[in-house]
Ligand binder design. Sequence first.
Ligand SMILES: [Zn+2]
Length: 92
Amino acid sequence: MSVTARGEPCEGSALRRAAARLWHARRIRRLVQALLGADAVVIVNELPCTQAACPGPATQITILGFDMSRRVLLIHRPTSEVAAADLSQLLR
Ligand SMILES: [Zn+2]
């Protein structure tokens, strides 16, 4: 097993990163639901961005309404950097 500079096993930090991504995905989902009212299913994913000019992972937010509407938002930042202000701007 390889070890990071701080002497932590990589396996552990990968697990922590996965836990952090999950935590931020839930945080974003709650923010979107609060902005929309609860009547929507919100799915949050962190994806590698397909745009060549974009360095990092992107946050994809899929909003499914009970009227069968489907909206997909893409924010060119990882989930950990998506703020409430970004979401209120997009959903206004
Ligand atoms: Zn991007």
